[in-house]
Ligand binder design. Structure first.
Ligand SMILES: C[S@@+](CC[C@H](N)C(=O)[O-])C[C@H]1O[C@@H](n2cnc3c(N)ncnc32)[C@H](O)[C@@H]1O
Length: 96
């Protein structure tokens, strides 16, 4: 659903149906998702461009969605590396 609300392409019909139902009772959820993701983008870009960071530890990653940390920082500096960590068994821990 988060991917759907963000305008991503990696979501299923069930995500879109339930996502629309959630939006019916919580109309600002799309703004919440987009502002949250926009903050992540601004923070990561600043850390790469102004602080010179090249390694990131993203704790509490959640399921992959749109504009993930590695997509943001590697779009600025391809040498960046990210370790994703989540304690949810549904998420895959990965190094990108
Ligand atoms: C609301 S989601 C946020 C996902 C993503 N960071 C975002 O901003 O869209 C919070 C995630 O944090 C994870 N989490 C919560 N406590 C954690 C912990 N102690 N260690 C690792 N992951 C944790 C949960 O499993 C969940 O996937």
């Amino acid at each position: 659903m988060w991917n759907y609300w963000l305008g991503g392409k990696d979501n299923y019909e069930a995500d879109r149906v339930v996502g629309d139902q959630v939006r019916e009772v919580y109309p600002t959820i799309v703004d919440v998702a987009r502002h949250s993701r926009a903050f992540l983008g601004r923070a990561v870009r600043l850390l790469v461009q102004e602080a010179g960071l090249r390694q990131f530890l993203d704790i509490g990653t959640g399921l992959p969605t749109a504009n993930n940390t590695h997509e943001v920082d590697q779009s600025v500096e391809p040498a960046c590396r990210i370790v994703y960590v989540d304690n949810c068994s549904l998420s895959s821990n990965r190094v990108v």
